[in-house]
Design a protein. Structure first.
Length: 144
């Protein structure tokens, strides 16, 4: 996403109109529009004011990605009860079909024994509960 798009999305998420932002910054509505259309750029001082106004850091304003922010917010707002109702394999399987088909090819029981040993080791050695041990192992595997 470009800076103009980031400015637009950040403003929308803040629930402010171009007029309201312009008034708070002491510029015209057309100036805000030009920034959001990438016709001109705010200077560093104006950018700092925008970041404060939109309750984001300068880095977030520059790198603003609405999809990531929305996903993060949805994850944070999802209750444990709701999470229990979701078939995560099916959901992720739509993006990664291997998750719904590997059981037909992979000798899962062979891996279960080894994974259980790793999980038990994490729990015994570091005092993790089942979920934390699984999350740590998943993270370790993602770096392998």
């Amino acid at each position: 996403m470009n800076l103009g798009g980031s400015l637009f999305q950040a403003r929308k998420r803040s629930g402010l109109s171009q007029e309201e932002v312009a008034e708070k910054l002491g510029v015209s509505r057309q100036t805000i529009s030009k920034w959001e259309l990438n016709e001109t750029l705010p200077d560093i001082r104006q950018s700092k004011h925008l970041a404060n106004l939109y309750h984001v850091t300068m880095d977030e304003l520059i790198d603003f990605d609405i999809d990531v922010k929305e996903i993060e917010q949805m994850i944070q707002n999802t209750s444990e009860k709701t999470e229990q109702k979701i078939d995560w394999t099916s959901v992720w399987g739509k993006k990664y079909p291997v998750l719904t088909t590997y059981q037909e090819k992979v000798e899962v029981d062979d891996y279960i024994v080894k994974i259980r040993e790793l999980l038990d080791s994490l729990k015994n050695r570091y005092g993790y509960n089942d979920l934390d041990a699984m999350l740590v192992l998943k993270d370790i595997l993602s770096h392998a």
